[in-house]
Design a protein around this ligand. Structure first.
Ligand SMILES: [Zn+2]
Length: 387
C-alpha cells in the first residue's frame, strides 16, 4: 500500500501548473510552508525576474555533508495533446495515477516530502538535503543557479539522487549535449551573376555536410560506450531556413545543429573542430568576394555528460537503496551531469515512473512505482538515520 501522504502530495503538486513557461512560485511556496511546518528551513534561489525559484533545504547537522534528493518542479506543456482527463488534476484508474508530471517528476518530490516526518522521527545521523529546481525541461537552466549557491556552502552534499523516471533503475551515465544557432551572412546578387554574390545557403550546406562527415566518422571510429543504445557521440542538423527566390543569390541562411556526446569524447574539441572549419576553410572563400560576409555560431546550450564508474561507492550505495544490482546509461539528459561536473557531487539518476510516459498525453505513474520509491526512502533511512 502506498503511503496516503505520498498520494495526497502528488495530487497537490500536480495541481500547480508549472509548465516551464509559467511561474513555479506557488508550488515552491507550498513546499516551503510544508517544510516550515516540520521546522525545516529552506533557501530559495530565484531567477533574474523573480518569477521562478529553486528550493534548497537541509535536515540534520549542516556541518556534515549528506545525501541530496533532487528533482525539477517544472513540466512540459500539454498544448495540442489529447488528454482524456484534466492533466493538472490527478485521476486514478486501476493501478495508475494520471496527470502531467506524475512520472516526470513530481511523484519523486512528493514521496520525498511525504517521508520527511519519518526521517525526522528516526533522527538523522547523516544529513538529508533537498534540491528542487525550475526550468529543467528547457535546458536545465534553473539548477545552474542552485549549483552556484551550493558551491558557496561550507559543506556540500556528498552525493545526490536525481529522481527522474527510471522505473527505479540505477542510472550511472547520460550523454552531454551542446546545441547551436548558426547564421550564414552572404551577399545578395542576381542569380545570373552568381559568382559576384556569396550564396549563404551553399555555405550552410557545406558546413552541414562537414558536421555530417564528423557524425559518420564517430559512428564508424568511436569512441564507443556499450552501455548506451546509440553507443557513440552523434551530431545532427535539425532546422534550416534561407533564401527568398530562385533568381536571387541568398543573403542569409540560418540553421540549428547539436551534438550529444559520450563522456570519453571531449565536447570542446568537437566544437573547436567545427568552428575551425568555418573560420579556416569556409570564411576565407566567402571573404574573397566580400569581407563583410561570414558565419556566426552561437552556442545555445551546454549540458555536461554524466559518467560514474560502476564500482563507485555512490553507485553501490544507491543500488543497495534500490534493492538491485544492475545499472544502465540513458539517452536523455538530466541535471545529474551538472551536479557531477559543475559541483563535484556524484549524482545517480534513480526515480519512480517510466520515461516512456513522460512528455506524452495521459502521462501516468504506476502506484507500484510509488511503493518502490517509498521502499527506497525507507532503506535510505536505515542507512542515514540514528534509529
Ligand atoms: Zn524530467
Amino acid at each position: 500500500m502506498a503511503n496516503p501522504k505520498s498520494l495526497e502530495l502528488i495530487e497537490k503538486l500536480i495541481s500547480f501548473d508549472t509548465t516551464s513557461r509559467e511561474s513555479n512560485l506557488d508550488l515552491i511556496a507550498f513546499v516551503q510552508s510544508y517544510l516550515s511546518d516540520l521546522n525545516i528551513d529552506s533557501t530559495l534561489v530565484h531567477n533574474n525576474e523573480g518569477t521562478k525559484a529553486n528550493l534548497y533545504a537541509t535536515l540534520g547537522d549542516p556541518e556534515k555533508s549528506g545525501v541530496m534528493l533532487s528533482g525539477h518542479t517544472d513540466v512540459v506543456p500539454v498544448d495540442g495533446q489529447n488528454w482524456d482527463t484534466d492533466p493538472f488534476h490527478v485521476s486514478q484508474s486501476d493501478s495508475r495515477l494520471y496527470g502531467r508530471g506524475t512520472s516526470d517528476m513530481k511523484s519523486f518530490i512528493a514521496i520525498a516530502l511525504a517521508m520527511l516526518p519519518e526521517f525526522q522521527a528516526r533522527g538523522l545521523d547523516t544529513p538529508l538535503h533537498l534540491a528542487f529546481s525550475y526550468d529543467e525541461e528547457i535546458g536545465c537552466i534553473g539548477v545552474r543557479r542552485m549549483i552556484e549557491m551550493i558551491n558557496t556552502l561550507p559543506v556540500k552534499p556528498a552525493m545526490a539522487v536525481i529522481g527522474e523516471p527510471t522505473n527505479m533503475q540505477v542510472i550511472i551515465g547520460h550523454k552531454g549535449k551542446r546545441s547551436f544557432n548558426v547564421t550564414v551572412r552572404g551577399l545578395e546578387a542576381h542569380s545570373s551573376l552568381a559568382p559576384s554574390g556569396v550564396n549563404a545557403i551553399e555555405y550552410a550546406a557545406e558546413f552541414i555536410a562537414f558536421v555530417k562527415s564528423m557524425a559518420r566518422r564517430m559512428q564508424k571510429d568511436g569512441p564507443f560506450d556499450e552501455l548506451y543504445d546509440v553507443t557513440h557521440t552523434t551530431l545532427q542538423t535539425g532546422v534550416i531556413s534561407g533564401g527568398t527566390a530562385l533568381n536571387i543569390v541568398p543573403k542569409e541562411c540560418t540553421f540549428q545543429f547539436e551534438f550529444r556526446f559520450i563522456d570519453s569524447d571531449d565536447p570542446d574539441a568537437i566544437e573547436a573542430e567545427i568552428r575551425d572549419y568555418a573560420i579556416q576553410v569556409l570564411e576565407p572563400m566567402m571573404h574573397v568576394v566580400d569581407t563583410d560576409t561570414g558565419i556566426d555560431i552561437e552556442r545555445v546550450n551546454n549540458m555536461p555528460s554524466l559518467d560514474l564508474g560502476a564500482d563507485e561507492e555512490v553507485v553501490t550505495f544507491v543500488k543497495a537503496l534500490a534493492g538491485r544490482n544492475d545499472h544502465a546509461k540513458v539517452a536523455f539528459g538530466t541535471e545529474a551531469g551538472l551536479f557531477q561536473k559543475r559541483a563535484g557531487i556524484p549524482a545517480v539518476v534513480c526515480g519512480p515512473g517510466d520515461i516512456q510516459q513522460a512528455h506524452k498525453p495521459n502521462e501516468f505513474i504506476e502506484i507500484s512505482q510509488i511503493e518502490e520509491c517509498e521502499g527506497f526512502m525507507r532503506r535510505l533511512m536505515d542507512r542515514i538515520c540514528l534509529s
